[in-house]
Design a protein around this ligand. Sequence first.
Ligand SMILES: [Zn+2]
Length: 382
Amino acid sequence: MTSTETETPRRTTRTRRPGAKILPEHARAHNRALVLQSLFHGGARSRADLARETGLTRVTISDLVAELIADGFVAEQGTREAAGPGKPAILIDLARDGHRIVGLDLSGSDSFVGAVLTLDGEIVARHEAPVPHERAAILPAVIALARALVDDARAPVLGVGVGTPGVVDDAGVVLAAPGLGWDGLDLAGILGAELEVPVLVANDANAAVLAEHTFGGAGDDIILVKVGRGVGAGLLTGGEPLRGARSAAGEIGHVTVGTDGGPDCACGKIGCLEAWISVPSLSARIDAGSDAARDRLLRDAGERLGIALAPIVGALDLSEVVLSGPAELLDGTLADAAAETVRTRTLATFHDELQVRMTAQGQDIVLRGAAVMVLSGRLGVS
Ligand SMILES: [Zn+2]
């Protein structure tokens, strides 16, 4: 199924993430990233504005802008009325139609979804494909979907970003995704060779937290909990993704919650967070009960989530917990109970103001996060 629509995401003003120490040979790429970052978050502005904001000289800015225009990443956009005497300033902006980004979200249980996005994260085309029942047909279906999106891009593709369930390493190798039958699959390598464009792959919740940070106004120290068929989380500390020793940071679904037993989990343990609050598990218990039981079950699920999150919030000094998943389950009672539980289980001085809120990114959060992976990996924009 293919459809086309346009949406305008809201971007937040943010300075560039502080990076590692810059070596002289990297200075030009760093300076290009500063200019693009300024345009990405601030919109059209003059060369003088760019010089002021980036701290670079007017001459350096003119050189960089000329190079970025030649590469098709920025364009001149007319003039702004001069406030005083003198020539009106020529405005520079991202060349939104100069390149496209392809994003894939493989986290759905029934269908894989993909989108073509502009450089500023606006979705201009969508495709989707049913998830094959045969394990062997899954990778070919992903390749075909990605190829259809690249063919539909109608501009050079800066890169393909993929959010997939499972544990994914820095190189885009899916170390384990039991739901898709993948074990040590070099997804980035395979797609890159098939499509001949750069490909970046990350866990779906890790992609989602990037979207929340870049487009959703989230702070630099947050956890995003994605509740669907399973439960996973993406973490940012100091604005940077937290990966962990085995690329599995945020895998909170199979942490057992409480000492009072609980539902059986697919992993063989009992009382895992996923067994308590995954959409299939929680929905089944709610459907089996009365209306009064619904409120109690949602409150209990929120408390379980809060019990799992409190030590994470405390240890990492997080400022925000963002939930992504069905609002009819997560928003309200469950989120409030989770927030209350985290607050009562952490140091009041620091976490009294802790927010647990729904993402405003909706169903497109992984697609937008996949675009951020490409922007960040290819242009240094985040
Ligand atoms: Zn489990």
